[in-house]
Design a protein around this ligand. Sequence first.
Ligand code: ADP
Ligand code: F6P
Length: 468
Amino acid sequence: MTRLIIVSNRVSPPTGDGKANQGGLAVALASALRATGGIWFGWSGNETDEFTGQINISKTHGVTTATIDLEAQDVEEYYNGFANRTLWPLFHDRIDLAEFERGFAGGYERVNARFADTLMPLIAPDDLVWVHDYHLIPLGSELRQRGVRNRTGFFLHTPWPVMRLLLSLPSHRQLVEALFDYDLIGFQCQAWLDSFMEYVVSEFQGVDVDELGTIRIGDRVTRVIACPIGIDTQDFMASAASEEAESARLEMLASLHDRCLIIGVDRLDYSKGLEQRFHGYERLLLDQPEFQEEVSLLQIAPPSRAEVVSYQDIRKQLDALSGHINGEFATVHWVPLRYVNRGYDRTSLAGMFRASRVGLVTPLRDGMNLVAKEYVAAQDPEDPGVLILSKFAGAAEQMTEALLVNPYSPEELSDALAQALRMPLEERRQRHRALLKSVEREDVHWWLRTFLDALEQDRTEPEQDGAD
Ligand code: ADP
Ligand code: F6P
């Protein structure tokens, strides 16, 4: 089996306590690495006074990780800067929040070059190299410039923006050209792939594109696929049915006093539509007062990227809005909105999902959204909750049996909430059965196989050494 090298901004080695507390992606990548004897390479999360390129290699539960420390300036310009203040807002249609500073772009290039310099000696001739996410788009190109000729794939976990937004990025062409140095580019869904292709066809003269997604430009050949990421469905279902999850579920139910639970679980990120979600809930309580004291919204939102001002702002807005909603509607016996800024272990989350009548997953834009899939996997098939899902999440392409909503509209959110809360058991079961089918079929193992099979098949002709 070909050895796999995974590269991502963060490295998430397996933990000692088995799978329950780790994300499905980390678990699946770890098992692929274990099977191939591969390496997971990335930033340690630590800062150093001066970049040395020293690699810290360790082996945890059969998985070898190789990490590097970055300078404070690197972290500021590359991670907080270009990744999270330029690309993230731009890729999530928030051009109003995108900052186009040359310093950020310079830091992004520098860190990608540093990744390439330190990673290069670890790559053996037959290794498959798989680079993840928007932090590392130029890495493939940096590796090619250093003579790496291995099959190299890239997967984007975020959306790809529509062309008219992408054009506002000063270095848009350079960014996309760098992608042509990968043999395979994976997108979460067809919509993001289509946006990418629209840009490619319109911006590059003489590009040749076929119906299989092969792009030929000059002497470079790459292929694009839509390959939606999944969760470790069997594992999540087992967690949700475990004794530990059952006690979390019972504890939650006891606290509800027979009220219906609506649940949301998201990183505290402006792309998740939390403000709009709270307004939709407020509208439900205003327009359909019969739900007052009958429902409770639990929003779990652990802080994320706290050094970035737009994340500090959204946190302040949500603090104020949650206070406003509770002030407006709460009684001495009822808190309508439980807003919690902390993370929970996955088994407790699964139990809480199972205790709920409605799962509210309403990002304004999202590459995929794994919470939607976890919500479905956690349900009791005999008495399942209803998923309300944003049309603008990548997951909406697969999860068509959810109640699909426009997350910007408080009225649509309120109507969907009322529909979900009143939905007859048989309809809940039918929708759940259909959703679970696709969540089981296209799980994280399917995703991994599909992408890696395509990468292995799509060998491109080796280029000349020193090309580019
Ligand atoms: P993103 O990658 O943008 O954060 P996803 O929905 O695709 O969004 O993935 C989020 C992952 O993080 C899911 O696996 C989810 O269960 C997990 N998660 C989100 N919030 C919490 C929380 N409060 N506690 C524990 N895990 C969380
Ligand atoms: O899904 C997008 C993503 O950026 C992942 O790459 C990342 O692991 C996750 O969101 C959390 O973001 P961060 O690593 O910036 O905390």
